[in-house]
Every structure is written in structure tokens, then in C-alpha cells.
Design a protein. Structure first.
Length: 311
């Protein structure tokens, strides 16, 4: 072997090192990806517990009441969470659900879009049992705003437009204005084209909440569910969000899980839950005179909010 051939061989061996190292690293990455892929396909292959029944029909545009008829519900064999619930929510009215933690308020509203099906009884919208309708026709008419905002790592425009396919930019801006979000959006670096980060981390809590309200306004639902939508906000943000909620609730059937006094007092009907049962119903002043659970909740939660108004 000549000297040149020897050094060429050594150079070739040295050049092999990096590709072999990358190949080993690629194998590790492939194994990690396989583990993640198995989990992804496990989720994708999971059959949903709630699905359209055979012969399911389209739910027409909601124009009448929502009724809970002898509704019982349990998550598992541990016991009933809701017990013999009977409630009528008239079209265009606001009903507030009040009660201590664990009373069954969130469970009750989760039954309406069929996140779960009732164990016994029926929920009727416009005279139709919701279990007999298609999920799409039911959920497309329901708007939900919760205290936990669901936003995506995308632009403001696309986050709002998620509420309605093929929405025009003019519609999106109109919804943002009605949600009192337009002013702060226009002050962002790229306005409506500004990316807001994963779960909207680049904007404040009040701003995130107004974006979700704008999304709901764009969807224009006939039935609205508010699950303590202002509970985690400071006083200044709450004022802006409360104004946006008033626009959202106008002329819609609204079910509110109540946390703030202003929402409770303006409700057409207040329903008090205790241990999964409806124990009191009526308006704010009526329930205060009954000296029951609502009055105790009022004393504990709402009196401090009302005192500054009385001074």
C-alpha cells in the first residue's frame, strides 16, 4: 500500500464517523417518534362515547325553551351527581345556576351539548329529545364561554374566526368591536395578524376572555352557556368583559354558572343547587326573602361587593 493510498483510507474512515453518528441519533429519534405515534393513534382510534344514534335528525334553529325533565346523572358507580332535575329555560331568557362547589352546576350545563348523556330522564329543546338529534346540528347552535380560555398559537384573526367557517374579515372585526376587543387588538404589533402564543400567553387574561367572547359572537349561537367567565379577572378587566358579555347575552337563551353578583342579579331566574338537587328558584329579591341557601350564599359572597354601592 502506498503512502497516498494509506492516508486516503484513513481520511475515508474519518469521514464515515459523522454519518454513522447521525444514523445512531436518527434511530433514537425514530424510537421516540414511534412511542409518541402509538399514543396519537391510540387517541385517534378511540371511539367517542357520545355519537349520533341511528336515524338521528337535524335540530332546527332553536326558537323555544330548553327543558330538563326528571334528569338524573352519574359519572360512575359512585352515586348520582344530579338528582331529579326539573327546569324550564324559556327562549331568550337568562337563567343563573348558583350553589356551592360540587353542587352539580357544571355537570348540568355539560349535559346540554351532550358532552355526557343523562343517566335517566330527558333534556328537551324545542320539543325534541337532544339524544335524537345530530351532534353537529345541536352543538353548532350552542356557544360556550368558560373561565378557561381556549386559544391557539396563531393570529388574533384566526383565533376569532375559529367560531365560524369562511367568516369575512368585516364580520370578525364587528365581533371584536362588540366584545370590546378591537381597541387592544389594533394596538398589537401586527394588529389582527399578531400571533398570540400558545393558549394566548402573549395577551392578558381579560384580553384572552374578550377574544373568546368575540369568537362566540361571530358564531352567533341561539343558546349560550357561561361557566364563571369572569371569575379569575381583576376589577378593571371584569368591567370590560362584563360589557362584552352583555352584548353576547342580548336576545339569546343564556345559562350562567353564577360567580359575580351583577350577573346573578340581572338574571330572569336564579336556580339554587345543593348536592345535585334544585332546592330554590326565583328572582334575586324573592330568594333573599326566603332565608334559605341563596341568602347564605349572598351573605358569604356578595355582600362585600354591594357595600361600596350603598355608601
Amino acid at each position: 500500500m502506498t503512502t497516498g493510498t494509506f492516508f486516503s483510507f484513513i481520511a475515508a474512515v474519518a469521514m464515515l464517523y459523522d454519518p454513522i453518528r447521525k444514523l445512531a441519533k436518527m434511530h433514537n429519534n425514530l424510537q421516540e417518534a414511534m412511542a409518541a405515534t402509538e399514543r396519537v393513534f391510540e387517541v385517534l382510534d378511540t371511539k367517542p362515547e357520545i355519537s349520533d344514534p341511528p336515524g338521528a335528525k337535524e335540530l332546527p334553529q332553536i326558537h323555544d325553551s330548553v327543558q330538563f325533565c326528571n334528569v338524573w346523572f352519574q359519572y360512575n358507580s359512585s352515586g348520582m351527581v344530579l338528582k331529579d332535575i326539573n327546569l324550564n329555560v324559556p327562549y331568550g331568557k337568562t337563567v343563573a345556576l348558583v350553589g356551592l362547589s360540587g353542587a352539580g352546576k357544571s355537570t348540568m350545563v355539560d349535559l346540554i351539548p351532550r358532552f355526557y348523556d343523562v343517566t335517566k330522564g330527558r333534556i328537551i329543546i324545542d320539543g325534541t329529545d337532544i339524544r335524537e338529534t345530530t351532534l353537529h346540528s345541536l352543538r353548532s347552535q350552542i356557544g360556550i364561554v368558560t373561565q378557561e380560555t381556549i386559544l391557539f398559537n396563531d393570529t388574533v384573526l384566526k383565533n376569532i374566526a375559529y367560531g365560524k367557517r369562511n367568516a369575512k374579515q368585516e364580520e370578525i372585526i364587528a365581533a371584536a368591536k362588540a366584545a370590546y376587543a378591537h381597541d387592544f387588538i389594533t394596538q398589537l404589533p401586527q394588529g389582527y395578524d399578531t400571533a398570540i402564543g400558545e393558549r394566548g400567553t402573549l395577551v392578558s387574561g381579560g384580553q384572552r376572555q374578550r377574544l373568546t367572547i368575540a369568537r362566540a359572537l361571530l358564531k352567533d349561537p341561539k343558546l349560550l352557556i357561561l361557566d364563571e367567565a369572569t371569575s379569575d379577572l381583576d376589577a378593571e378587566s371584569e368591567v370590560a368583559v362584563q360589557k362584552a358579555l352583555e352584548n353576547l347575552m342580548y336576545n339569546r337563551t343564556t345559562i350562567v354558572i353564577a360567580h359575580r353578583l351583577s350577573t346573578v342579579r340581572k338574571a330572569d331566574q336564579i336556580v339554587v343547587l345543593e348536592e345535585g338537587r334544585v332546592v330554590e328558584q326565583g328572582k334575586h329579591k324573592e330568594l333573599l326573602t326566603q332565608a334559605g341557601i341563596y341568602q347564605r350564599l349572598y351573605e358569604l359572597q356578595f355582600r362585600e361587593q354591594e357595600l361600596p354601592e350603598q355608601k
